[in-house]
Design a protein around this ligand. Sequence first.
Ligand SMILES: *[C@@H]1O[C@H](CO)[C@@H](O)[C@H](O)[C@H]1NC(C)=O
Ligand SMILES: *[C@@H]1O[C@H](CO)[C@@H](O)[C@H](O)[C@H]1NC(C)=O
Ligand SMILES: *[C@@H]1O[C@H](CO)[C@@H](O)[C@H](O)[C@H]1NC(C)=O
Ligand SMILES: *[C@@H]1O[C@H](CO)[C@@H](O)[C@H](O)[C@H]1NC(C)=O
Ligand SMILES: *[C@@H]1O[C@H](CO)[C@@H](O)[C@H](O)[C@H]1NC(C)=O
Ligand SMILES: [Zn+2]
Length: 432
Amino acid sequence: MDIRGHMPTIAMLWTASLCVLWASSVLGAPVNTERQKLLLISFDGFRWDYDRDVDTPNLDQMARDGVKALYASPPYLTLTSPTHFTLLTGRYIENHGVIHNMWFNTTSGEKKPYYQTQFVNDWWDNGTLPIWITAQKQGLKAGSLHFPGTASSYQGLVAMVQEVEPLLYNYKNETAWRENTDKVMGWFRDQNVDFVSMYFGEPDGTGHKYGPDSNERREMVKQVDRTVGYIRDSAEQHGLNRHLNIIITSDHGMSTIYRNGLVEEITLSKIPGFSFGDLSFHLVDYGPSGMLLPKPGKLEVVYKALKGAHPHLHVYKKEEMPAHLHFAKNDRILPIVLWADPGYVINGYFPVQFNKGEHGFDNQEMDMKVLFRAVGPAFHKNLTVEPFETVNIYPLMCHILGIQPEVNDGHLNATKHMLVTSIPTSGEFISG
Ligand SMILES: *[C@@H]1O[C@H](CO)[C@@H](O)[C@H](O)[C@H]1NC(C)=O
Ligand SMILES: *[C@@H]1O[C@H](CO)[C@@H](O)[C@H](O)[C@H]1NC(C)=O
Ligand SMILES: *[C@@H]1O[C@H](CO)[C@@H](O)[C@H](O)[C@H]1NC(C)=O
Ligand SMILES: *[C@@H]1O[C@H](CO)[C@@H](O)[C@H](O)[C@H]1NC(C)=O
Ligand SMILES: *[C@@H]1O[C@H](CO)[C@@H](O)[C@H](O)[C@H]1NC(C)=O
Ligand SMILES: [Zn+2]
């Protein structure tokens, strides 16, 4: 399938003009008539400060060669699929609709786990297009490797070059990470792909199992750092350095969980006045967050029983959710939303969660913040910038690729100081 054949004329004219402007804005430099490429990488669960207690020579080198943010703030709910879809769309979770890792049906009570939910088109394709599709509609070629959302189609379209991991995939195999890296660099060089999103399932898995303060997590961060070095070497060996920009970021952080004996755990069934019999559907036992659908007429009973029942449990009616969370205005969000403070998870009938680390907390918690690094011809060198929200990565990526973004919740203002030249934004160009 060659989508370029269907590229509208306006986009062609615009692309050509953009190149001219780009070339003329780099005074004295050789004329750059080629479009810039972009690789977006997510290392799942890489908390913003994971480079502080481990030697990370490759991440440090990347910061000297490019841009480093102190940290970046993911959207709430700080779960993998919702926050990754924000990276791909620039929309808050209530606006893109991928509100949980799990697809669920409140009528039948059915739930699908993370991996199976990747294949539920209706869950992902809920009115917001990921950047692959937008780029392809404007004549570019996009690819994705293992990135959440890759397996679904959007308005019937998918990323042209893609790989979805099999069920029971080993997400921590460093040899496979290197093979995948070379594969993606091959897509850029041999298939002239413009944009690729690439996903690594660590250090999330290790952070959950051993906790963010463990030696195991520190060892995994060393593995990530070696991989960052490998990625940059591979880009160079594939002759991509002049055109390829690389952004490395993450979906959420990780926080230590305390168990019985150390804290009073949150177990809903133990709360006086609360009964699972008053609910027609619930989504709990999933880290520190939960959602409840009370039976008709039972909303107040459930709400009153839970509100204030545990000092570390937050209970909100959907319409009273704090505005900063941007997690209310979507039909998929259930009438009662729960979340716990760091250290705690929300159990249903009895404790069934034994991870030493979790995410899903309020995105204002520092433990939920993520890393952000960027390097390449579009970016300043050796520049440290202030924190920003990850919704702003999408307009930045569209700008670098020279494509018109979809409606989104980010703004180029938040990130454009990272860029070496001010290419006119597509909006400015078209209206001018
Ligand atoms: C949800 O379950 C109900 C009852 O089984 C069914 O009628 C409905 O079609 C399901 N909805 C979806 C979106 O699967
Ligand atoms: C989004 O999903 C909901 C069901 O969860 C559905 O009612 C709605 O029509 C969908 N919207 C779009 C634009 O696909
Ligand atoms: C790691 O990946 C390599 C390359 O794909 C494979 O040969 C090897 O069997 C894998 N090892 C494990 C432990 O999964
Ligand atoms: C990078 O920036 C730091 C702090 O602004 C400065 O001290 C250092 O000399 C710079 N390094 C290079 C190689 O420009
Ligand atoms: C972006 O920055 C410009 C110039 O500082 C300002 O005029 C504009 O209002 C800003 N837009 C947003 C959405 O912050
Ligand atoms: Zn994750």
